[in-house]
Write a protein of this length. Structure first.
Length: 284
């Protein structure tokens, strides 16, 4: 599952490539699993908008959209849409119809993308081969296309009127007082607390493990014991690990640390990817 550095890196790249471009039309496949909002609502929201910017909120990629067309009324129509493989698909979609009496208006909306485990966003030329498991194609005014591809369909697509908030505190911005307050009185293990998206958003297994390793803290240690007096919060708040990953975007694609000491033993406690070095993470 992508974590904060992956999503941040992708969002920054997309912002450089597509910010300022307009969305002319949208094709959405027949699979319902990736859709958190109805297909016709997603299409009607995206079509006729301009991408103001692309940024991250937690583990989500957020496209800020601005509608500069005239006020539009939504009407259902049957349209033929291109499917991967060159076929066409007739489906019920929402189209935008305009009236000459309408006056220009600006409407802001947000397109939210969660990549899931295998989701990808590709910006390419229309002539590029359409990959299998392509669930959405947005055609830009520049002639390019943005495609959402997800073989396992754990990713999610949705639209919001604005002000999308996934909850939790941003780990790159949290200060000492906020961090300590998040875990005050919590008996849950510190690893579980770091993974709780309602507390810190964007942190996953990789960076929770990395942060605890750097802090020398055992994952089962109670979250409530991380106080100002312990002086541990700067190391286990995940911020240093996340910032290091952002400075080197490929860090999360390879194994950065290998222990060659024969005296060090990696102990597994039976939970997914939770590991600790007995000698280096001795804080109980």
């Amino acid at each position: 599952m992508p974590e904060l550095p992956e999503v941040e890196t992708i969002a920054r790249g997309l912002d450089k490539r597509v910010a300022g471009d307009g969305i002319e039309s949208v094709w959405i496949g027949s699979r319902q699993q990736p859709l958190k909002s109805p297909a016709n609502v997603i299409a009607a929201t995206l079509e006729g908008t301009r991408i103001l910017r692309v940024h991250r909120a937690g583990k989500h990629i957020v496209f800020d959209l601005e509608r500069t067309r005239r006020k539009a009324s939504r009407a259902a129509s049957r349209t033929n849409k291109r499917k991967p493989g060159g076929r066409t698909e007739t489906r019920q979609t929402a189209s935008l119809q305009h009236s000459d009496s309408d006056t220009p208006d600006a409407v802001t909306a947000q397109w939210i993308v969660h990549l899931g485990m295998t989701g990808r966003i590709v910006v390419c030329e229309p002539s590029a081969e359409i990959a299998k498991h392509t669930h959405l194609i947005a055609k830009f005014e520049s002639g390019r296309e943005l495609r959402f591809i997800d073989p396992r369909m754990f990713g999610k697509l949705s639209v919001h009127a604005g002000g999308f908030d996934p909850g939790g505190t941003e780990p790159l911005e949290v200060n000492e007082e906020q961090f300590v307050a998040l875990f005050r009185g919590r008996k849950t293990p510190i690893k579980s607390a770091l993974l709780n998206q309602k507390l810190l958003r964007g942190v996953g297994n990789i960076y929770a493990d990395e942060s605890l390793f750097r802090a020398g803290i055992r994952p089962r240690r109670r979250a409530a014991t991380i106080t100002r007096s312990t002086r541990l919060w700067p190391r286990c708040c995940a911020r240093p690990s996340l910032r290091a990953a952002l400075r080197s975007p490929i860090m999360w694609m390879r194994t950065e640390r290998k222990d060659s000491s024969s005296s060090s033993i990696v102990c597994m406690d039976g939970k997914m990817s939770r590991a600790w070095f007995a000698e280096l993470q001795s804080s109980a």
